[in-house]
Design a protein around this ligand. Structure first.
Ligand code: NAD
Length: 357
């Protein structure tokens, strides 16, 4: 038995987690340490990310996590940002593969978006419009650089470091090598942001010279977005700083059937947290409407990560067979007949696991 921390999350989290847990339990071998985070934890413990959740992940080394709501303007920190920071989960990896039977404008998509998870505009260095701190910053910018910042601006700072870039780009190349991928594309906007994206581009180009067995190209991120919408099979592994990675990975999820089928993982040197790309979807929460497949595919990646590759493959094959048959589909996958519920998908995946040992 391997113990894995399970954070069901909130919104649709508990539903997709329960469905996924049933599928993983059908394979056997996993013991769950269930931990609450998000809105449920605020109600119970007054903290959306109580210390015992982190303690559990530090003990097990690995978590399967449902989505967690970030309450807007409540003063609570984002659980997702805090988790990534506390556990130094510097790499977000989002495979976007088109499965047979999933409606898409394309026939063949198999991309992996590798996103830097710790810095960039998401680092949280922010200056509120009208604040004393911002007034000081305006004074400094005027005095040191002659730059007149409009008095009604808000400011977010974008740091990109050589060390974080080295870690993520190295990870992307190693991933490409390990999975026999043909090319790494590095997205940037170094022509505009010379001192932040400039660091990213230059560091990436230097590292690429050490991986001559893997193809490499650097592309401006706006051009990359156009190419992905036009010819996604031109790309393979895509490495991006935090903000571009957030946007482009959702775009890539849209190429392969949407958020309901897009898995994800957050990886660090010591810990790993596997979670779907989607959020807590409050619009459909508690109604047995959510597609659990993104979370099931995240669980398949988790099983491979902990050395249970055969179980991970078996789970992915079961999910793929349910998608290919097209008989049990939640509403987001545009079913021909009446849409299936979250629990129907769990039933079908468990049956497929039991049918194909
Ligand atoms: P969302 O991903 O929750 O929802 C976007 C749209 O996709 C909605 O229409 C929703 O119904 C649909 N959708 C999402 N997942 C689905 C699924 N499994 N099956 C069917 N339809 C699905 O994005 P949002 O509305 O921008 O965010 C809601 C909350 O989730 C916010 O508080 C946000 O901060 C949080 N969030 C959390 C995570 C995370 O925990 N990793 C990620 C993204 C957003």
């Amino acid at each position: 038995m391997t113990t894995v921390t399970l954070v069901p999350g909130d919104g649709i989290g508990p539903e997709v987690s329960a469905a996924t847990r049933r599928a993983v339990d059908a394979l056997g071998g996993i013991e769950w340490d269930v931990q609450e985070a998000g809105v449920v934890a605020i109600e119970k413990f007054g903290d959306p990310l109580p210390k015992h959740v982190l303690d559990s992940i530090r003990t097990t080394g690995v978590a399967l996590k449902g989505p967690v709501t970030t309450p807007v303007g409540s003063g609570f920190r984002s659980v997702n940002v805090a988790l990534r920071r506390e556990l130094d989960l510097f790499a977000s990896v989002r495979p976007c593969r088109l499965y047979e039977g999933v409606p898409s404008a394309f026939d063949d998509v198999d991309l992996v978006v590798v996103r830097e998870n710790t810095e960039d505009l998401y680092e949280g260095i922010e200056f509120e419009v009208g604040s004393r701190e911002l007034a000081k910053l305006r004074g400094y910018l005027k005095y040191m650089h002659g730059y007149a910042l409009a008095p009604d601006s808000g400011v977010s700072v974008k740091p990109l470091s050589v060390s974080a870039t080295t870690a993520i780009v190295t990870y992307a190349f190693e991933y490409a090598r390990r999975h026999r991928r043909r090319k790494v594309t590095l997205g940037h906007k170094a022509n505009i942001m010379k001192f932040s994206d400039g660091v990213w581009l230059q560091t990436g180009e230097e590292l690429a010279t050490r991986y001559r067995d893997v193809g490499f190209e650097a592309t401006q991120v706006d051009e990359l977005a156009m190419w992905l919408a036009w010819a996604p099979d031109e790309h393979d592994v895509i490495v991006l700083p935090n903000l571009y990675g957030d946007i482009i990975s959702d775009l890539a999820a849209g190429l392969v059937g949407g958020l309901g089928v897009a898995p994800g993982m957050n990886l660090g040197r010591d810990y790993a947290v596997f979670e779907p790309t989607h959020g807590s979807a409050p619009d459909i929460a508690g109604r047995n409407l959510a597609n659990p497949i993104a979370m099931m595919l995240s669980a398949a990646a988790m099983l491979r990560h902990i050395g249970r590759a055969a179980d991970g493959d078996r789970l992915e094959r079961a999910v793929a067979s349910v998608l290919a048959s097209g008989e049990v589909r939640t509403a987001d996958l545009r079913p021909h007949g009446s849409p299936a519920g979250t629990s129907d998908v769990a039933d079908a995946v468990v049956a497929a696991i039991e049918d194909a040992p």
